[in-house]
Design a binder for this molecule. Sequence first.
Ligand SMILES: *Cc1c(COP(=O)(O)O)cnc(C)c1O
Length: 368
Amino acid sequence: MSFVKIPTRKSIESLDVYVAGKPIEEVKRELGLTNIIKLASNENPLGCSPSAKSALKQTIDHVTLYPESMAPDLAEKLAYKLTVNKENILISNGSDEIIRLLTRAYIGSGDEAIMADVTFPRYETNVHIEKGIPIKIPLIDGVHDLEGMLKAITDKTKMIFVCNPNNPTGTIVDKDPLKQFIERVPENILLIIDEAYYEYVQDDRYLETVPLLRDHPNLVILRTFSKIYGLASLRVGYGIMHPSIVPELAKVKEPFNTNRFGQAAALASLDDIDFIKLCAQYNTSERRYLEKEFDQMGLHYFPSHGNFLMVKLERPGKEVTEKLLKQGIIVRSGHLLGYDDTIRVSIGKQSENQRLIQVLREIIRETV
Ligand SMILES: *Cc1c(COP(=O)(O)O)cnc(C)c1O
């Protein structure tokens, strides 16, 4: 077969393809295992609300018709819930898409974007794609160094990303310092606060950012239906922002970025407040269980407020990840996330967490 190498744009030459958490189907196929536990992608182990499922069934009858481009029903319901206007909301194909739309619309060649090191990798990748320059400020004990991020501002700075809780460490930035940070970031810089795990946080030190939008038109808050709402496969997220930003992002989005199924399921899930409460409580109690077990094993971990924990193992995370995989447990190796000697585990169902601990104990015993 002949092979023509057509060069890609310079800005994507050095990029790697995103390595996703291994899908259950792939592990079944490759290892011939049937019982697989996936604790790799921070999905909701309790599934989604039953109302989302019935909305999906009803949507089948309308599968032929294009969805509404801006998902107005969903935007309106979210606006009501958040006490903002629907013009403040852009519904997206997962919150991943909003990150891409923001860089597409605002980052030009040589523009700088400040972010933590380490944090959610999509910020950096999308900045690179647009020929921008990611400025990465090391975390301090797994927490954003807000002072360091402020100091990194130059006249080239176009946007700042704060991931709160931070993926992969799970840490939050305290209310007061974050509030002061928001006040100190100049208005000509977009300040993007990624709150993908917002609904999981049960801590008084967590800042409610939405009320600050009124005084800070440069603020963009990202949320998603992929995590606690349990709708990851449907790809629905949203951004809350000043109404003048929404049409700019709409210019660079696909006309039908979210589909009918995602819109309908997300809309229906919003009514089931009890399900969300239950999931948050379950997660906190299972996270405590895992922390207690890690403590007993003498393992350190970052103080997480999300549905995942990053554990330090004093041995290569990659190796432990492979051993866990052979036992049918999929986790995320820290070497993919910037911390070689760690793994990141999603908080699963009680039985899954117990199994994880059992197998992890065996692995650690045999490698000492
Ligand atoms: C999971 C996640 C997202 C993106 O999720 P979507 O499925 O695209 O909505 C964004 N930010 C962080 C920090 C995440 O962990």
